[in-house]
Design a binder for this molecule. Structure first.
Ligand code: NDP
Ligand code: 2IT
Length: 451
């Protein structure tokens, strides 16, 4: 054991940047965590030993492969596939797959790094990983999507397994894609159902996994409000995105009496000044999940709604913002606009949607900020419950899983709140709590294992 009692933040980051050139998202994610963890390690020097931080930052391995598929006209296309296996101290590598043209090593390393802390926070025996491809599902036919999914998972299959690495969905990978991949896995090998999560309940999926990330984020928001003796009823909420996380967050917000006044996609945002209604949400779900069409097409059914092309929701006055689309969707100007618009809480449904400078604006302005690794952990937590159910060969009902999800989100909130150590802050520093609690558990496991 080598005990070094100090870690210099600036030189740590400098070494990391030199070692990982051209990976800004990954550097950003590490920077955000170390902002809280390094000062905590100075007070707890036990955790400065054995290069723990360096070892957590460096993924265990990165698998990179070619994915070849043919389109409906017989043209052959080549994409890159990846799986970043982050850290398996707490359990098998676990995290989603993203299909989006922006996917590269930096993005997947940031996502795997975030997943390490998120999965630790769930309290479940889950390591961390992330994967995907630069394949763009937009404009592809159903059969092209199917062939791509089959080609992708065929190449990834040797590297995954129920006790080894368990993928799930993320941007561009929903139930349709998981079904194609699971079908292909069954076709070519004998696989345990717990090798992939987010499956349909018809063939071994868990109740509530589809809704879990969005529902979980809203449960987390409820606890933030409770801690301030406030209530969710009547709160005006800005939601960005109109995918899995955004629309199920919207569904739960409506069920609990809040108002959803925006939704968005990569083309712009939909303004609903009187609040989204349940029939509108149902139609938007059909449009997005079944027809796979852009959000603006909802105007064909609801011509009175306003869609603002090329704009984001953040300049709309409200009480709460739930960014549920993608990384870095809220920058410093957006943060200032949110604070000026009287937003008091920002809850990340997406992974790292708020940039570091925007987080600083929230700190200055007294806006409570819940990081994705805590607030959106409900998705992976129910994936963990799916693995448990698959291992048992049994299932829990919708209400049973929802109850467990609520307890998990309550525990995550409690832990973050307890370790936030916010005396000198204007609001509870949930990010500090999440980073420290997430780190400590993995560090304890790694110390116990020895080098
Ligand atoms: P979906 O693919 O279902 O939806 C993504 C949504 O975000 C779409 O509305 C999409 O619009 C929008 N979007 C994507 N990229 C951009 C961009 N560059 N600019 C603006 N909008 C964009 O993905 P999910 O809902 O599953 O994921 C959303 C976020 O939540 C991601 O950050 C993901 O990592 C995170 N997350 C997901 C979990 C899950 O269980 N699915 C769990 C935890 C976190 P368009 O269709 O126009 O591209
Ligand atoms: O970012 C995430 O937590 C996810 N995409 C879900 C991961 C999972 O394994 O369910």
């Amino acid at each position: 054991m080598k005990l070094s009692t100090t870690i210099d933040f600036a030189s740590f980051m400098q070494r990391l940047e030199q070692k990982n050139p051209g990976q800004p998202e990954y550097i950003q994610a590490v920077y955000e965590v170390l902002t809280d963890v390094i000062p905590w390690i100075q007070e707890n020097p036990h955790y400065a030993q054995d290069s723990l931080l360096e070892r957590i930052c460096e993924p265990d391995r990165i698998i990179k492969f070619k994915v070849t598929w043919d389109d409906d006209h017989g043209n052959v296309h080549i994409n890159r596939g990846y799986r970043v296996q982050g850290n398996n101290a707490l359990g098998p590598y676990k995290g989603g797959l993203r299909f989006h043209p922006t996917v590269n090593e930096s993005i997947l390393k940031f996502l795997a790094f975030e997943q390490t802390f998120k999965n630790s926070l769930t309290g479940m025996p889950l390591g961390s990983g992330k994967g995907g491809s630069d394949f763009d599902p937009k404009g592809k036919s159903e059969t092209e999507i199917k062939r791509f999914c089959q080609a992708f998972i065929t190449s990834l299959l040797p590297f995954i397994g129920k006790d080894k690495d368990v993928p799930a969905g993320d941007i561009g990978v929903g139930s349709r894609e998981i079904s194609y991949m699971f079908g292909q896995m069954k076709r070519i090998a004998t696989i345990a159902p717990g090798t992939l999560t987010g499956k349909s309940v018809v063939f071994g999926g868990s109740n509530v996994r589809l809704e879990a990330t969005g529902y979980g984020a809203v449960y987390f928001l409820q606890h933030m409000l409770d801690a301030q003796k406030d209530s969710i009823v009547g709160k005006k909420c800005l939601v960005s995105g109109s995918g899995n996380v955004a629309l199920y967050a919207a569904e739960k917000l409506l069920a609990l009496g809040a108002k959803v006044i925006t939704l968005s996609d990569s083309k712009g945002y939909l303004h609903l000044p009187n609040g989204l209604t349940s029939p509108q949400l149902k139609d938007i779900m059909t449009l997005r999940f079944t027809k796979h069409q852009p959000l603006a097409h909802i105007l064909k059914q609801y011509p009175d709604l306003q869609f603002h092309s090329g704009k984001t929701p953040w300049h709309t006055p409200a009480d709460v913002a739930l960014p549920c689309a993608t990384e870095n969707e809220i920058d410093v100007d957006d943060a200032r606009a949110l604070a000026a618009g009287k937003v008091k809480m920002v809850v990340e449904g997406a992974n790292m949607p708020v940039s570091p400078t925007a987080i600083n604006v929230f700190k200055e302005k007294g806006v409570a900020y819940a990081p994705g690794k805590a607030a959106n952990a409900g998705g992976v937590a129910v994936s963990g419950l799916e693995m448990s159910q698959n291992a048992m060969g049994y299932f829990w009902t919708h209400d049973e899983v929802d109850q467990k999800l609520q307890i998990i989100m309550q525990n995550i909130h409690e832990q973050c709140y307890r370790f936030a150590n916010s005396e000198s802050d204007k609001v509870v520093n949930y990010a500090r709590g999440a980073n420290i609690v997430g780190f400590k558990k993995i560090a304890d496991a790694m110390l116990a294992f020895g080098v």
